[in-house]
Ligand binder design. Structure first.
Ligand SMILES: C[S@@+](CC[C@H](N)C(=O)[O-])C[C@H]1O[C@@H](n2cnc3c(N)ncnc32)[C@H](O)[C@@H]1O
Length: 231
């Protein structure tokens, strides 16, 4: 039995915390008891198994620690996750979203194989082998409206990729969360300049940047933007 006192996050649905504000740790309730995805700590607290959510491994965890105003998690959310990799962050979203669904798009065959292995007993994840640059190619696998698009693809043209997916799938009033890695866009230009340029592309297409959270503390040269379609 652990000595850690785990409590509910004051804002985010099904996210749990421990420790003082300046050294907060994040957790989700493990939907598959006993199973780790990326070597994370499992903690049994008052009969519930939690998985520690590492902000150095997951930009969504880093975003939550950055204390965004927008509450983008609900129990029923339908999420399109671009750049699902082997399942680190998507598995925590799967713990959180108990009656929603997450479509996880990944183009690297090795990663999607690991994703399938890691998440085969999680019924709310649909892994899709696809290229996020071509959203129409995976339309046949996506059979619901999308409330949230999360993108972490570490590629050039990150804003354009997000836009093409938003225009194709995101419902009105839906939210886009995009992790921008400046080094993948241009390794010579200053990060701040690249962030500005990506924001401009989104705004020009009719989207509003609601929040811009710097997560350099956890992921070098990254910010996370919370974006909505302007009405
Ligand atoms: C930084 S990793 C994502 C980590 C993941 N979001 C997490 O937190 O667990 C970026 C992933 O995006 C994938 N990726 C890059 N470009 C892509 C594209 N055009 N379509 C689909 N996946 C892509 C890469 O193969 C890689 O697995």
């Amino acid at each position: 039995m652990s000595q850690i006192e785990i409590r509910s996050h004051p804002k985010f649905y099904n996210v749990f915390i421990s420790g003082p504000l300046e050294k907060l740790k994040l957790y989700t309730k493990n939907a598959v008891i006993g199973k780790k995805i990326y070597g994370e700590k499992l903690i049994n607290h008052r009969g519930t198994e939690y998985r520690e959510w590492d902000p150095y491994r997951s930009k969504i965890a880093a975003l939550i620690l950055g204390n965004p105003i927008t509450n983008f998690l609900t129990e029923k959310i339908k999420c399109l996750y671009l750049g699902a990799s082997s399942g680190t962050s998507i598995s925590h979203l799967s713990d959180i979203i108990d009656s929603g669904i997450i479509y996880g798009v990944e183009f690297a065959e090795r990663s999607i194989r690991q994703l399938i292995q890691n998440t085969s007993n999680r019924t709310n994840i649909i892994p899709i082998l696809g290229d996020a640059r071509f959203p129409e190619d995976y339309a046949k696998y996506i059979f619901t409206d999308i409330d949230l698009i999360y993108q972490d693809v570490a590629q050039p043209h990150q804003a354009e990729i997000a836009l093409s997916n938003c225009n194709y799938y995101l419902k009105n009033n839906g939210v886009l969360i995009i992790a921008i890695k400046s080094q993948s866009i241009d390794s010579i230009q200053k990060s701040e300049q690249i962030y500005k340029q990506e924001k401009k592309i989104l705004e020009k297409a009719g989207y509003s940047i609601i929040e811009s959270i710097n997560i350099h503390k956890y992921a070098a040269n990254h910010i996370v933007l919370v974006v909505k379609k302007s009405t």
